[in-house]
Design a protein around this ligand. Structure first.
Ligand SMILES: [Mg+2]
Length: 130
């Protein structure tokens, strides 16, 4: 599976990538929404986008709106990754078409849980190799 990791923090992108790599994802990445749209235009449609809210050039909400306006990306799940101060805006992101949200700071279990809820990975209890 392919994931698009969108965050203006390189450190946060690394944290996310390290977790999803072990869940079997390959990934592409971008530092803000505009860059992410450019990545989407040139490659295959990812199964998942993990999207920060607060970014320069184009924020997470604007990115979600742009993606959901394009039928080509209908199958791509969107997980918003947000801080507590951004949390009050989450309903707007969900209305715009985000599938779920994850609060920073988070750990592997929390991210796994969201991927399970979205239906991208199997629930932990039926995996036998961990
Ligand atoms: Mg940010």
């Amino acid at each position: 599976m392919l994931a698009l990791v969108v965050d203006d923090s390189r450190a946060m992108r690394s944290i996310i990538k390290n977790i999803i790599k072990t869940e079997g994802f390959t990934f592409v990445e971008a530092g803000h929404g505009l860059e992410a749209l450019a990545v989407l235009e040139t490659g295959e449609v990812p199964d998942l986008a993990l999207v920060d809210w607060n970014m320069p050039e184009m924020n997470g909400l604007e990115f979600v709106q742009a993606v959901r306006a394009n039928e080509r990306f209908n199958t791509m799940k969107i997980l918003m990754v947000t801080t507590e101060t951004e949390f009050e805006y989450m309903s707007r992101a969900l209305e715009a078409g985000a599938n779920e949200y994850l609060m920073k700071p988070f750990d592997r279990a929390a991210l796994r849980g969201k991927l399970e809820m979205i239906g991208l990975i199997a629930p932990t209890e039926i995996q036998d190799n961990e």
